[in-house]
Ligand binder design. Structure first.
Ligand code: ATP
Length: 418
Protein backbone atom coordinates (compact mmCIF):
# COMPACT_ATOMS: atom_id res chain seq x y z
CA UNK A 1 0.00 0.00 0.00
CA UNK A 2 1.29 3.45 -0.85
CA UNK A 3 0.66 6.05 1.79
CA UNK A 4 -1.33 9.10 0.69
CA UNK A 5 0.93 12.05 1.51
CA UNK A 6 -0.72 14.82 -0.44
CA UNK A 7 -4.09 15.64 -1.92
CA UNK A 8 -5.64 18.14 -4.27
CA UNK A 9 -9.29 19.11 -4.28
CA UNK A 10 -10.61 19.68 -7.77
CA UNK A 11 -14.13 21.09 -8.08
CA UNK A 12 -15.80 21.10 -11.45
CA UNK A 13 -18.52 23.54 -12.45
CA UNK A 14 -18.85 26.69 -14.51
CA UNK A 15 -21.35 27.96 -11.89
CA UNK A 16 -18.46 27.98 -9.40
CA UNK A 17 -16.26 30.03 -11.73
CA UNK A 18 -19.06 32.53 -12.32
CA UNK A 19 -19.61 32.96 -8.60
CA UNK A 20 -23.17 31.69 -8.84
CA UNK A 21 -22.47 29.10 -6.15
CA UNK A 22 -19.96 29.15 -3.34
CA UNK A 23 -17.45 26.32 -3.21
CA UNK A 24 -18.51 24.90 0.13
CA UNK A 25 -17.52 21.40 -1.03
CA UNK A 26 -13.84 22.32 -1.07
CA UNK A 27 -13.98 23.69 2.49
CA UNK A 28 -15.91 20.69 3.76
CA UNK A 29 -13.62 18.16 2.10
CA UNK A 30 -10.45 19.96 3.20
CA UNK A 31 -11.65 19.88 6.78
CA UNK A 32 -12.64 16.21 6.62
CA UNK A 33 -9.37 15.17 5.02
CA UNK A 34 -7.27 17.10 7.52
CA UNK A 35 -9.10 15.20 10.29
CA UNK A 36 -7.80 12.02 8.62
CA UNK A 37 -4.28 13.45 8.54
CA UNK A 38 -4.38 14.06 4.77
CA UNK A 39 -3.39 17.57 3.79
CA UNK A 40 -4.71 19.14 0.63
CA UNK A 41 -1.87 21.25 -0.76
CA UNK A 42 -3.90 22.62 -3.66
CA UNK A 43 -7.52 23.47 -4.46
CA UNK A 44 -8.54 23.98 -8.06
CA UNK A 45 -11.81 25.02 -9.69
CA UNK A 46 -12.43 24.36 -13.37
CA UNK A 47 -15.46 24.86 -15.61
CA UNK A 48 -17.39 22.19 -17.48
CA UNK A 49 -14.91 22.07 -20.34
CA UNK A 50 -13.20 18.80 -21.36
CA UNK A 51 -9.89 20.30 -22.53
CA UNK A 52 -9.40 22.45 -19.45
CA UNK A 53 -10.48 19.58 -17.20
CA UNK A 54 -7.89 17.31 -18.84
CA UNK A 55 -5.21 19.94 -18.38
CA UNK A 56 -5.90 20.50 -14.65
CA UNK A 57 -5.98 16.72 -14.13
CA UNK A 58 -2.53 16.50 -15.74
CA UNK A 59 -1.20 19.18 -13.40
CA UNK A 60 -2.84 17.64 -10.32
CA UNK A 61 -1.65 14.11 -11.08
CA UNK A 62 1.88 15.42 -11.48
CA UNK A 63 2.01 16.87 -7.99
CA UNK A 64 -0.33 14.91 -5.68
CA UNK A 65 -1.14 11.35 -4.63
CA UNK A 66 -4.89 11.87 -4.30
CA UNK A 67 -7.21 13.99 -6.44
CA UNK A 68 -10.59 14.53 -4.80
CA UNK A 69 -13.10 15.73 -7.39
CA UNK A 70 -16.66 16.97 -7.00
CA UNK A 71 -19.31 18.03 -9.51
CA UNK A 72 -20.27 17.25 -13.07
CA UNK A 73 -21.54 13.72 -12.47
CA UNK A 74 -25.10 14.58 -13.46
CA UNK A 75 -27.06 13.27 -16.44
CA UNK A 76 -26.82 16.31 -18.73
CA UNK A 77 -24.55 17.01 -21.70
CA UNK A 78 -22.29 19.35 -19.76
CA UNK A 79 -21.70 16.80 -17.00
CA UNK A 80 -18.45 15.37 -18.27
CA UNK A 81 -16.36 14.70 -15.16
CA UNK A 82 -16.73 10.90 -15.21
CA UNK A 83 -15.92 10.58 -18.90
CA UNK A 84 -12.96 12.99 -18.67
CA UNK A 85 -11.55 11.25 -15.60
CA UNK A 86 -11.92 7.82 -17.25
CA UNK A 87 -10.10 9.02 -20.37
CA UNK A 88 -7.37 10.58 -18.26
CA UNK A 89 -6.87 7.34 -16.31
CA UNK A 90 -6.92 5.28 -19.52
CA UNK A 91 -10.17 3.48 -18.72
CA UNK A 92 -13.22 2.75 -20.89
CA UNK A 93 -16.71 3.59 -19.68
CA UNK A 94 -18.76 0.43 -19.24
CA UNK A 95 -22.32 -0.17 -18.11
CA UNK A 96 -22.42 -0.86 -14.37
CA UNK A 97 -25.52 -2.97 -13.85
CA UNK A 98 -25.90 -2.40 -10.05
CA UNK A 99 -25.86 1.37 -10.65
CA UNK A 100 -28.45 1.03 -13.41
CA UNK A 101 -30.68 -0.88 -11.00
CA UNK A 102 -30.05 1.70 -8.24
CA UNK A 103 -31.04 4.56 -10.57
CA UNK A 104 -34.27 2.75 -11.47
CA UNK A 105 -34.96 2.09 -7.79
CA UNK A 106 -34.32 5.75 -6.93
CA UNK A 107 -36.82 6.95 -9.55
CA UNK A 108 -39.41 4.46 -8.30
CA UNK A 109 -38.94 5.69 -4.73
CA UNK A 110 -39.83 9.19 -5.99
CA UNK A 111 -42.97 7.79 -7.61
CA UNK A 112 -41.56 8.27 -11.14
CA UNK A 113 -41.66 5.10 -13.17
CA UNK A 114 -40.13 6.46 -16.38
CA UNK A 115 -36.36 6.90 -16.11
CA UNK A 116 -35.21 9.51 -18.61
CA UNK A 117 -32.68 8.33 -21.21
CA UNK A 118 -30.01 10.72 -20.02
CA UNK A 119 -30.12 9.27 -16.51
CA UNK A 120 -28.80 5.94 -17.78
CA UNK A 121 -25.63 7.82 -18.68
CA UNK A 122 -24.86 7.87 -14.96
CA UNK A 123 -24.53 4.08 -14.99
CA UNK A 124 -21.65 4.28 -17.51
CA UNK A 125 -18.64 4.08 -15.25
CA UNK A 126 -14.88 3.57 -15.61
CA UNK A 127 -13.84 -0.01 -16.04
CA UNK A 128 -12.08 -1.41 -12.97
CA UNK A 129 -13.10 1.50 -10.73
CA UNK A 130 -14.50 1.10 -7.25
CA UNK A 131 -18.08 2.35 -7.57
CA UNK A 132 -19.61 4.36 -4.72
CA UNK A 133 -23.34 4.21 -4.12
CA UNK A 134 -25.31 7.43 -3.93
CA UNK A 135 -27.99 7.20 -1.23
CA UNK A 136 -29.23 10.75 -1.73
CA UNK A 137 -29.45 10.94 -5.51
CA UNK A 138 -28.75 9.12 -8.75
CA UNK A 139 -25.13 9.85 -9.67
CA UNK A 140 -22.76 7.13 -8.42
CA UNK A 141 -19.24 8.14 -7.41
CA UNK A 142 -16.04 6.31 -8.27
CA UNK A 143 -12.52 5.66 -7.07
CA UNK A 144 -9.95 5.03 -9.78
CA UNK A 145 -6.47 3.85 -8.82
CA UNK A 146 -4.04 4.14 -11.71
CA UNK A 147 -0.44 4.86 -12.67
CA UNK A 148 0.39 8.29 -14.02
CA UNK A 149 3.83 8.20 -15.67
CA UNK A 150 4.61 5.21 -13.45
CA UNK A 151 3.49 6.92 -10.22
CA UNK A 152 0.39 5.67 -8.34
CA UNK A 153 -2.42 8.22 -8.26
CA UNK A 154 -5.91 7.93 -6.79
CA UNK A 155 -8.83 9.79 -8.34
CA UNK A 156 -12.01 10.06 -6.28
CA UNK A 157 -15.12 11.37 -8.01
CA UNK A 158 -18.02 12.64 -5.93
CA UNK A 159 -21.29 14.36 -6.93
CA UNK A 160 -21.64 18.14 -6.64
CA UNK A 161 -24.73 18.54 -4.42
CA UNK A 162 -23.38 18.77 -0.85
CA UNK A 163 -26.02 16.42 0.61
CA UNK A 164 -25.03 13.68 -1.87
CA UNK A 165 -21.32 14.36 -1.62
CA UNK A 166 -21.17 14.42 2.19
CA UNK A 167 -23.13 11.20 2.63
CA UNK A 168 -21.03 9.39 0.02
CA UNK A 169 -17.85 10.63 1.68
CA UNK A 170 -19.00 9.45 5.10
CA UNK A 171 -20.24 6.06 3.90
CA UNK A 172 -17.56 5.08 1.40
CA UNK A 173 -14.66 7.50 1.07
CA UNK A 174 -13.71 8.02 4.70
CA UNK A 175 -13.37 4.26 5.38
CA UNK A 176 -11.38 3.88 2.14
CA UNK A 177 -8.98 6.68 3.10
CA UNK A 178 -8.63 5.41 6.67
CA UNK A 179 -7.27 2.18 5.21
CA UNK A 180 -4.74 4.09 3.14
CA UNK A 181 -3.23 6.42 5.70
CA UNK A 182 -0.51 5.12 7.98
CA UNK A 183 -1.04 7.96 10.42
CA UNK A 184 -4.16 7.07 12.43
CA UNK A 185 -5.70 10.09 14.12
CA UNK A 186 -8.37 10.13 16.81
CA UNK A 187 -10.08 13.42 17.63
CA UNK A 188 -12.22 14.72 20.44
CA UNK A 189 -13.96 18.04 20.10
CA UNK A 190 -14.54 20.34 23.06
CA UNK A 191 -17.30 22.94 22.57
CA UNK A 192 -17.39 26.02 24.78
CA UNK A 193 -19.68 28.99 25.12
CA UNK A 194 -19.51 32.05 27.35
CA UNK A 195 -15.81 32.70 26.85
CA UNK A 196 -13.98 34.46 24.00
CA UNK A 197 -11.54 32.64 21.74
CA UNK A 198 -8.48 34.55 22.90
CA UNK A 199 -9.32 34.22 26.60
CA UNK A 200 -9.76 30.46 26.16
CA UNK A 201 -6.51 30.16 24.22
CA UNK A 202 -4.68 32.16 26.84
CA UNK A 203 -5.95 29.86 29.58
CA UNK A 204 -4.71 26.81 27.66
CA UNK A 205 -1.63 28.22 25.94
CA UNK A 206 0.88 26.00 27.76
CA UNK A 207 -1.06 22.86 26.75
CA UNK A 208 -1.46 24.10 23.18
CA UNK A 209 2.20 24.92 22.71
CA UNK A 210 3.49 21.75 24.42
CA UNK A 211 2.36 19.89 21.23
CA UNK A 212 2.98 16.37 22.50
CA UNK A 213 0.80 13.46 21.56
CA UNK A 214 -2.11 14.13 21.95
CA UNK A 215 -2.10 17.71 20.76
CA UNK A 216 -4.57 20.39 21.73
CA UNK A 217 -5.49 23.00 19.14
CA UNK A 218 -8.22 25.58 18.55
CA UNK A 219 -10.78 24.62 15.92
CA UNK A 220 -12.61 27.35 14.01
CA UNK A 221 -16.34 27.57 14.62
CA UNK A 222 -18.44 30.72 14.35
CA UNK A 223 -20.09 32.03 17.50
CA UNK A 224 -18.59 29.49 19.88
CA UNK A 225 -15.14 28.35 20.90
CA UNK A 226 -13.94 24.91 19.97
CA UNK A 227 -10.80 22.91 20.68
CA UNK A 228 -9.66 19.64 19.21
CA UNK A 229 -7.64 17.02 21.06
CA UNK A 230 -5.88 14.83 18.51
CA UNK A 231 -4.08 11.64 19.29
CA UNK A 232 -1.90 10.07 16.67
CA UNK A 233 -1.63 6.32 17.13
CA UNK A 234 0.41 4.11 14.86
CA UNK A 235 -0.98 0.97 16.51
CA UNK A 236 -3.41 1.28 19.42
CA UNK A 237 -5.36 4.24 20.67
CA UNK A 238 -4.76 4.99 24.35
CA UNK A 239 -7.91 6.73 25.66
CA UNK A 240 -6.18 7.64 28.93
CA UNK A 241 -3.81 10.04 27.14
CA UNK A 242 -6.72 11.98 25.65
CA UNK A 243 -8.68 11.83 28.91
CA UNK A 244 -5.76 13.39 30.80
CA UNK A 245 -5.70 16.42 28.47
CA UNK A 246 -9.47 16.67 28.61
CA UNK A 247 -9.41 16.57 32.42
CA UNK A 248 -6.92 19.44 32.49
CA UNK A 249 -9.06 21.52 30.09
CA UNK A 250 -12.13 20.79 32.22
CA UNK A 251 -10.27 21.82 35.34
CA UNK A 252 -9.39 25.21 33.84
CA UNK A 253 -12.46 26.00 31.70
CA UNK A 254 -15.10 23.48 32.79
CA UNK A 255 -17.78 26.13 33.37
CA UNK A 256 -17.76 27.03 29.69
CA UNK A 257 -17.78 23.50 28.24
CA UNK A 258 -21.18 22.42 26.99
CA UNK A 259 -20.18 19.39 24.93
CA UNK A 260 -17.31 17.00 24.49
CA UNK A 261 -18.20 15.28 21.27
CA UNK A 262 -19.76 16.02 17.92
CA UNK A 263 -22.95 17.88 18.90
CA UNK A 264 -23.51 21.60 18.48
CA UNK A 265 -25.58 23.76 20.85
CA UNK A 266 -29.00 23.19 19.18
CA UNK A 267 -28.55 19.43 19.40
CA UNK A 268 -27.32 19.51 22.99
CA UNK A 269 -30.31 21.61 24.03
CA UNK A 270 -32.74 19.52 22.04
CA UNK A 271 -31.41 16.25 23.55
CA UNK A 272 -31.75 17.69 27.07
CA UNK A 273 -35.33 18.79 26.41
CA UNK A 274 -36.19 15.34 25.04
CA UNK A 275 -34.57 13.64 28.05
CA UNK A 276 -36.52 15.85 30.47
CA UNK A 277 -39.71 15.69 28.35
CA UNK A 278 -39.92 19.48 28.21
CA UNK A 279 -40.98 21.95 25.56
CA UNK A 280 -39.55 25.30 24.49
CA UNK A 281 -40.64 28.38 22.55
CA UNK A 282 -38.77 31.48 21.39
CA UNK A 283 -39.64 35.17 21.21
CA UNK A 284 -37.09 36.71 18.88
CA UNK A 285 -36.43 40.26 17.86
CA UNK A 286 -32.92 40.85 16.43
CA UNK A 287 -32.41 37.18 15.50
CA UNK A 288 -35.57 37.19 13.36
CA UNK A 289 -36.36 33.51 13.97
CA UNK A 290 -32.79 32.20 13.81
CA UNK A 291 -33.01 30.29 17.11
CA UNK A 292 -36.25 28.65 15.99
CA UNK A 293 -34.68 27.82 12.62
CA UNK A 294 -31.64 26.25 14.26
CA UNK A 295 -33.80 24.07 16.50
CA UNK A 296 -36.13 23.04 13.66
CA UNK A 297 -33.13 22.10 11.50
CA UNK A 298 -32.91 19.04 13.71
CA UNK A 299 -35.11 16.06 12.88
CA UNK A 300 -37.70 15.35 15.57
CA UNK A 301 -37.90 19.00 16.68
CA UNK A 302 -41.67 18.76 17.03
CA UNK A 303 -41.19 16.79 20.26
CA UNK A 304 -39.66 19.78 22.03
CA UNK A 305 -40.41 22.92 20.04
CA UNK A 306 -43.92 24.39 20.03
CA UNK A 307 -43.39 27.65 18.17
CA UNK A 308 -41.87 31.07 18.06
CA UNK A 309 -42.82 34.69 17.53
CA UNK A 310 -40.65 37.05 15.55
CA UNK A 311 -41.49 40.28 17.33
CA UNK A 312 -39.36 42.72 15.39
CA UNK A 313 -41.58 45.75 15.62
CA UNK A 314 -42.49 47.25 19.00
CA UNK A 315 -46.18 47.02 18.20
CA UNK A 316 -45.79 43.28 17.64
CA UNK A 317 -44.00 42.98 20.98
CA UNK A 318 -46.98 44.67 22.59
CA UNK A 319 -49.75 42.94 20.64
CA UNK A 320 -48.40 39.40 20.49
CA UNK A 321 -46.24 39.17 23.60
CA UNK A 322 -47.97 41.72 25.86
CA UNK A 323 -44.84 43.78 26.48
CA UNK A 324 -46.04 46.92 28.20
CA UNK A 325 -46.04 50.27 26.43
CA UNK A 326 -44.40 51.79 29.52
CA UNK A 327 -41.44 49.38 29.33
CA UNK A 328 -40.90 50.14 25.66
CA UNK A 329 -41.23 53.89 26.22
CA UNK A 330 -39.09 54.16 29.35
CA UNK A 331 -36.48 51.43 28.88
CA UNK A 332 -36.61 50.64 25.17
CA UNK A 333 -36.94 47.39 23.26
CA UNK A 334 -33.34 46.40 24.01
CA UNK A 335 -33.59 46.24 27.76
CA UNK A 336 -33.68 43.70 30.53
CA UNK A 337 -37.30 44.47 31.34
CA UNK A 338 -38.39 44.05 27.72
CA UNK A 339 -36.57 40.72 27.36
CA UNK A 340 -38.26 39.38 30.51
CA UNK A 341 -41.70 40.54 29.40
CA UNK A 342 -41.12 38.99 25.97
CA UNK A 343 -40.18 35.64 27.52
CA UNK A 344 -43.13 35.73 29.93
CA UNK A 345 -45.52 36.60 27.09
CA UNK A 346 -44.09 33.86 24.91
CA UNK A 347 -44.48 31.23 27.63
CA UNK A 348 -48.07 32.32 28.07
CA UNK A 349 -48.85 32.19 24.34
CA UNK A 350 -47.26 28.80 23.68
CA UNK A 351 -47.78 27.20 27.08
CA UNK A 352 -44.28 25.71 27.04
CA UNK A 353 -42.08 24.61 29.94
CA UNK A 354 -39.45 27.12 28.86
CA UNK A 355 -39.68 30.31 26.83
CA UNK A 356 -36.61 32.24 25.74
CA UNK A 357 -36.49 35.82 24.49
CA UNK A 358 -33.83 37.61 22.47
CA UNK A 359 -33.73 41.37 21.91
CA UNK A 360 -30.64 43.26 20.79
CA UNK A 361 -28.89 45.56 18.37
CA UNK A 362 -27.42 43.58 15.49
CA UNK A 363 -26.12 46.69 13.71
CA UNK A 364 -24.43 48.06 11.78
CA UNK A 365 -26.62 51.05 12.70
CA UNK A 366 -28.91 51.71 15.63
CA UNK A 367 -26.24 51.66 18.34
CA UNK A 368 -25.50 54.40 20.88
CA UNK A 369 -22.91 54.91 23.60
CA UNK A 370 -25.43 53.63 26.12
CA UNK A 371 -26.63 50.75 23.96
CA UNK A 372 -23.85 49.85 21.52
CA UNK A 373 -24.16 47.54 18.51
CA UNK A 374 -23.87 43.95 19.74
CA UNK A 375 -25.77 44.57 22.98
CA UNK A 376 -28.29 41.76 23.45
CA UNK A 377 -30.65 41.04 26.32
CA UNK A 378 -31.71 37.43 26.73
CA UNK A 379 -34.35 36.15 29.13
CA UNK A 380 -35.80 32.82 30.08
CA UNK A 381 -39.03 32.01 31.90
CA UNK A 382 -39.79 28.58 33.31
CA UNK A 383 -41.69 27.16 36.27
CA UNK A 384 -39.18 28.77 38.67
CA UNK A 385 -39.69 32.28 37.29
CA UNK A 386 -37.76 34.52 34.89
CA UNK A 387 -34.06 35.34 34.60
CA UNK A 388 -32.14 37.53 32.22
CA UNK A 389 -28.64 37.74 30.81
CA UNK A 390 -26.80 40.62 29.19
CA UNK A 391 -24.54 39.85 26.27
CA UNK A 392 -22.13 42.10 24.38
CA UNK A 393 -21.37 40.32 21.12
CA UNK A 394 -18.69 41.39 18.66
CA UNK A 395 -18.42 41.12 14.90
CA UNK A 396 -20.78 41.90 12.07
CA UNK A 397 -24.56 41.65 11.92
CA UNK A 398 -24.62 37.99 10.99
CA UNK A 399 -22.16 37.00 13.74
CA UNK A 400 -24.02 39.02 16.38
CA UNK A 401 -27.30 37.32 15.45
CA UNK A 402 -25.71 33.86 15.50
CA UNK A 403 -24.00 34.45 18.85
CA UNK A 404 -27.27 35.78 20.30
CA UNK A 405 -29.17 32.66 19.20
CA UNK A 406 -26.48 30.32 20.58
CA UNK A 407 -26.31 32.13 23.93
CA UNK A 408 -30.11 32.08 24.17
CA UNK A 409 -30.03 28.31 23.77
CA UNK A 410 -27.25 28.11 26.34
CA UNK A 411 -29.42 30.03 28.79
CA UNK A 412 -32.11 27.39 28.31
CA UNK A 413 -29.53 24.58 28.62
CA UNK A 414 -28.21 25.98 31.90
CA UNK A 415 -31.70 26.37 33.29
CA UNK A 416 -32.44 22.71 32.49
CA UNK A 417 -29.29 21.65 34.31
CA UNK A 418 -29.79 23.80 37.40
P1 ATP B 1 -26.41 16.54 -10.47
O1 ATP B 1 -26.63 15.06 -10.55
O2 ATP B 1 -27.34 17.21 -9.51
O3 ATP B 1 -26.30 17.22 -11.82
P2 ATP B 1 -23.52 16.88 -10.36
O4 ATP B 1 -22.58 15.93 -9.73
O5 ATP B 1 -23.52 16.95 -11.84
O6 ATP B 1 -24.96 16.63 -9.77
P3 ATP B 1 -23.22 19.67 -10.55
O7 ATP B 1 -24.19 19.64 -11.68
O8 ATP B 1 -21.82 20.05 -10.83
O9 ATP B 1 -23.19 18.28 -9.80
O10 ATP B 1 -23.80 20.57 -9.40
C1 ATP B 1 -25.13 20.39 -8.97
C2 ATP B 1 -25.38 21.34 -7.81
O11 ATP B 1 -24.57 20.94 -6.71
C3 ATP B 1 -24.98 22.78 -8.06
O12 ATP B 1 -25.98 23.52 -8.69
C4 ATP B 1 -24.74 23.27 -6.64
O13 ATP B 1 -25.95 23.60 -6.02
C5 ATP B 1 -24.12 22.06 -5.98
N1 ATP B 1 -22.65 22.11 -6.05
C6 ATP B 1 -21.87 21.66 -7.06
N2 ATP B 1 -20.57 21.84 -6.79
C7 ATP B 1 -20.51 22.45 -5.58
C8 ATP B 1 -19.45 22.92 -4.76
N3 ATP B 1 -18.17 22.78 -5.13
N4 ATP B 1 -19.76 23.48 -3.57
C9 ATP B 1 -21.06 23.60 -3.19
N5 ATP B 1 -22.11 23.18 -3.93
C10 ATP B 1 -21.86 22.62 -5.12
Amino acid sequence: MNEIRSAEILCVGTELLLGQIVNTNAAWLAREMSLLGIYSFYQTVVGDNPERLASVLEIAAGRTDLIMMTGGLGPTQDDLTMASAATFAGRRLVLHEPSKAAIQEYFHSLGRHQVTGSNWKQALLPEGALILENHNGTAPGAIIEFLHHGRPVILILLPGPPSEMQLMFAESVRPYLQQRTLKKLRHRFIHMIGIGESAAEEALIDLISAQQNPTLAPYASEGEVMFRITQSCATDFDPDLTEAVLAEVRCRLGDFIYEVGPRGMPEVLSDLLVAQKKTISFAESCTGGLAAAMITDLPGASKIFKGGIVAYDNQVKQDQLHVSAATLREQGAVSEACSIEMAAGCRHVFNTDLAVAITGIAGPCGGSSEKPVGLVWLAICDSHGCRSQKLQAGGNRSRIRRVAALYAMDLARRSLLS
